[in-house]
Design a protein around this ligand. Structure first.
Ligand SMILES: Nc1nc2c(ncn2[C@@H]2O[C@H](COP(=O)(O)OP(=O)(O)OP(=O)(O)O)[C@@H](O)[C@H]2O)c(=O)[nH]1
Ligand SMILES: [Mg+2]
Length: 471
């Protein structure tokens, strides 16, 4: 379904001027194309040239015989290249004219323009990368924070794929036992309902099979849960300060940033738009967001501001809910916090203005909260540490520290969870082994789709359309 017989070419460096620009060519005709457009000062041939070695020379237009640019060219032979195909990389001067002229020459000589992500897609189709690694490549390119980069690197190095493979190998063993039972029913496997006591010797494997399935189910469940944090890692964490007007949200963002970024006044309803700033917390980059205070409002501008607050809360990885200790707890505070708790996101409740007074009793809020003063800089280190702890030591990684980062992974894991639950039910209901086997195969298929052992064209299109041209 994919044509890997043609040769693709693209500019792999970003547009604009730079010291170096790279044109990359991949496919069976790469080297013959290079031969047509490249010469060394002494006119040596590219025949039998060493792989992965820089060769100095010129790109020339075969029609006009004019040199276009002075370049370094590298040949990387199949299969030891990024795509697994013969690849030629031409490092030229990084201006759009030399780059485009060289690109056009490769195309005139037999290549076609690569689609976005097509090099990486070929790497996947040629078995150089699994699908998780291909996704990690795009995540590395797009990463905006240390944590995003770290998590993408971990995925590229096979952290998640290894975990999926180990889960799969347990399932494959279980399936093999069950299929043996289908093929040789006289060696009956006894499935025992989960609640019954362990078998005393005799019957082979029934309990172990169930135990294995149960433990796999737990591990998959942990991976599914890890998405909450994985998403935050990949996309960067947005920490949103919310609360009713005048509680000190803007004062808090200013104190955290150590600058007068957001306007502070004693008039409720001062902040009208969300304000976002990057904040470095012990090496962890977060996006901290000040919002318009939420209240019933007649004012159009304020209503629009409150809409934006709601949107920021939707996108938040963590919410700091701020109260005004000097005023005490109001009904609006309670309504707001109830609303926010429904979002099912981590929330830190902080009581501000404790330099004046704290009228909010500690029995309230069924949980701990911090006492701070944005104005007098009290308790802000504790607040920062708390933010860091929640995000960095995210409660939702697997015990090995692995987590999933994409909705695609979560969907497929949930699907395999569903199939496994069916398999366990079939065992509990003493249904025939065939039923169990069908569900196990479905669970394995879903897991296989995560790493790309099985895939559809749609899924690949969706993944690779996120890429830039030249990667
Ligand atoms: N005493 C005291 N006053 C504070 C503290 N934090 C903020 N304030 C004051 O509370 C008032 C409101 O502060 P803002 O930071 O503008 O409050 P806000 O929550 O952003 O308000 P809106 O933008 O209207 O939603 C200002 O007069 C601040 O100086 C604090 O810790 N202690
Ligand atoms: Mg404000």
């Amino acid at each position: 379904m994919f044509d890997l017989t043609d040769t693709i070419s693209a500019i792999s460096t970003p547009p604009g001027e730079g010291g170096i620009g790279i044109v990359r060519v991949s496919g069976p005709a790469s080297i013959s194309i290079a031969k047509k457009i490249f010469t060394t000062p002494k006119g040596e041939s590219l025949n039998g040239v060493e792989s992965h070695k820089l060769i100095h020379g010129y790109i020339k237009d075969p029609d006009t015989r004019k040199n276009i640019d002075e370049v370094l060219l590298t040949v990387m032979y199949s299969p030891k290249s990024f795509t697994g195909e013969d690849v030629v990389e031409i490092s030229c001067h990084g201006g759009s004219l030399p780059l485009n002229k060289i690109l056009n020459l490769t195309i005139k000589s037999g290549a076609r323009l690569a689609e976005p992500g097509e090099f990486t897609k070929r790497a996947f189709l040629n078995g150089r990368l699994n699908l998780l690694q291909a996704e990690a490549v795009i995540d590395i390119i797009k990463s905006k924070s240390d944590t995003a980069l770290e998590s993408a690197m971990n995925q590229l190095q096979g952290g998640l794929a290894g975990k999926i493979t180990s889960i799969k190998s347990i399932l494959i063993n279980v399936l093999a036992e069950i299929e043996a039972d289908i093929d040789f029913p006289e060696e009956d496997i006894e499935f025992t309902p989960l609640s019954s006591p362990p078998l005393q010797g005799g019957a082979r494997g029934g309990i172990t099979l169930q135990k294995n399935l149960e433990s796999v189910l737990t591990e998959i469940g942990q991976l599914v849960d890890s998405y909450r944090y994985g998403k935050i890692y990949r996309e960067g964490v947005s920490v949103v300060i919310a609360g009713r007007p005048n509680v000190g949200k803007s004062s808090l963002i200013n104190a955290l940033l150590n600058e007068e970024r957001s306007i502070v006044t004693s008039i409720p309803g001062t902040t009208r738009d969300t304000i976002e700033e990057g904040l470095n917390l012990n090496g962890l980059t977060i996006k901290i967001v000040d919002t318009a205070g939420i209240r019933e409002s007649e004012g159009l501008v304020e209503q629009e501001g409150i809409k934006r607050t709601q949107k920021a809360i939707e996108g938040a990885g963590l919410i700091i809910f701020l109260l005004d200790g000097s005023e005490g707890l109001r009904k609006e505070d309670k309504d707001l916090i109830n609303e926010i708790k429904h979002k099912n996101k981590p929330v830190i409740i902080a009581i501000n203005k404790i330099d004046v007074e704290n009228k909010i009793s500690s029995e309230w809020a069924d949980g701990e909260f911090l006492k701070i003063s944005a104005l007098k800089n009290i308790g802000l280190n504790e607040l920062k540490n708390k933010i860091f702890d929640i995000i960095y030591n995210g409660h939702c990684k697997t015990p090995e520290g692995i987590f999933i980062t994409r909705e695609r992974h979560r969907e497929l894991l949930s699907k395999s969870q569903g199939s496994l639950n069916k398999a366990i039910n079939a065992i509990n209901q003493n249904l025939s082994s065939e039923f169990v086997a069908v569900d196990l195969r479905l669970a394995l298929d879903s897991l296989g789709e995560i790493t790309g052992e099985t895939y559809s064209e749609d899924v690949l299109d969706r993944i690779f359309q996120e890429f830039c041209i030249g990667k």
